[in-house]
Design a protein around this ligand. Structure first.
Ligand SMILES: Nc1ncnc2c1ncn2[C@@H]1O[C@H](COP(=O)(O)OP(=O)(O)OP(=O)(O)O)[C@@H](O)[C@H]1O
Length: 350
């Protein structure tokens, strides 16, 4: 049985627009999955839906099986227990998540006491151990959040997430608010803790390079759907979906200093969930779209061993290599800015 098995998950916010549309994902115990995509593609909505943390009015359908138990049909009491002891979330911006008027030790101990995992003395001892695990002296338990640096506060958030010994950590942009050096330290810390304790990890970021460096598998989201999923290095180095290829080209490549000076961009913006284009939702921005892409929305299909991609070109003999030859992202060129040039790059106008 998988640690997490998400089936056909759809989230619709009050107002009617679906922010997550029919997502299937699986995570085995001890596996690290990176969830990537531009702002607004539904990454955070998906993460919040896994633990039913969405605002009231949001409608969730599908199944979220955590260790075989469906989080979406659980009673609320059980959901509250699962939120700490089954899976816990590390959000970005620790300053907003920590309570400014309570000592950090009390905040770490709170879920331990709430879920009756230890006595008051046991929770205090465990708090000290957790602080040391995340690289802070146990004595910092007496500090208030404003007495810590941004990186130290994020370490506290990680200690809190580990407080009730969960099997899965969901880290939503855990390093976004931090400077580059501290980002790297926090990423290494998360990586080390999950591998030492054999925890599952879902790490969310718009930065595919960071995810590829940290995770075993990558899932790339676009307009609420997973459009490509597979082993991290393969998706990053040799994406099969044109959007995943564009996202990969948009970031400097780790170990390739030259790419720091020539990252590729992707023209246009992701669509508004309330006004999705017909057919494949990426086709208006896709440099290799076919005429039929405006009509057909392809499902995820096999794209190699343990790989899936949602593009009509995948599996068509010779089509992918011909398309890649036309794709400026695959050729390492900047995307065409002028509509005329964009039209030229397409085999036909949708
Ligand atoms: N509380 C909400 N009510 C209504 N719509 C929302 C709400 N939260 C998010 N959305 C919409 O859902 C879509 C997906 O947003 P979400 O925050 O999940 O994307 P994301 O990929 O995590 O983006 P970011 O990286 O900017 O956080 C967006 O169009 C967003 O405007």
């Amino acid at each position: 049985m998988s640690l997490l098995d998400v089936r056909n998950l759809t989230v619709t916010y009050a107002g009617g627009a679906a922010a997550v549309r029919g997502v299937d994902l699986r995570l085995e115990a001890g596996q690290k999955l990176g969830l990537a995509g531009e702002s607004g593609c539904g990454k955070s909505t998906l993460a919040l839906a896994l633990l039913r943390l969405l605002p009231s009015g949001a409608r969730i359908t599908g199944e979220v099986l955590l260790d075989g138990e469906d989080v979406l049909t659980m009673k609320w009491g059980r959901v509250r227990a699962v939120r700490w002891a089954g899976a816990s979330v590390v959000f970005q911006g620790a300053m907003h998540s920590l309570n400014a008027v309570h000592r950090i030790g009390d905040q770490i101990a709170e879920p331990i006491l709430l879920h009756k995992k230890a006595t008051a003395a046991g929770a205090k001892r465990k708090t000290g151990e957790l602080l040391e695990q995340v690289g802070l002296p146990a004595a910092r338990a007496d500090a208030y959040p404003h007495e810590l640096s941004g990186g130290q506060r994020q370490r506290v958030m990680i200690a809190m997430a580990l407080a009730c010994d969960p099997q899965l950590i969901i880290a939503d942009e855990p390093t976004t608010a931090l400077d580059v050096m501290i980002q790297a330290q926090i990423l290494r810390l998360i990586e080390q803790l999950v591998s030492d304790q054999d925890l599952g990890l879902i790490m969310i970021s718009h930065d595919l390079a960071v995810l590829a460096d940290t995770c075993d598998r990558l899932a790339v989201m676009y307009a609420g759907r997973v459009v490509e999923e597979g082993p991290a290095a393969q998706v990053y180095e040799d994406a099969r979906h044109p959007y995943a290829r564009a996202l990969s080209a948009a970031f400097p490549r780790i170990g390739d200093p030259a790419s720091r000076f020539a990252p590729q961009g992707l023209a246009g913006d992701p669509p508004d969930p309330a006004a999705l284009p017909s057919g494949c939702t990426f086709h208006p921005r896709c440099p290799v779209a076919l005429e039929s892409c405006g009509e057909e929305d392809p499902a995820l299909r096999e794209a190699g061993a343990e790989r899936r991609a949602a593009c009509v070109l995948v599996g068509l003999p010779g089509a992918e290599s011909r398309a890649a030859a036309r794709d400026p992202q695959a050729r390492g060129e900047r995307p065409a800015e002028e509509p005329e040039a964009l039209e030229e790059a397409r085999p036909s106008t949708p």
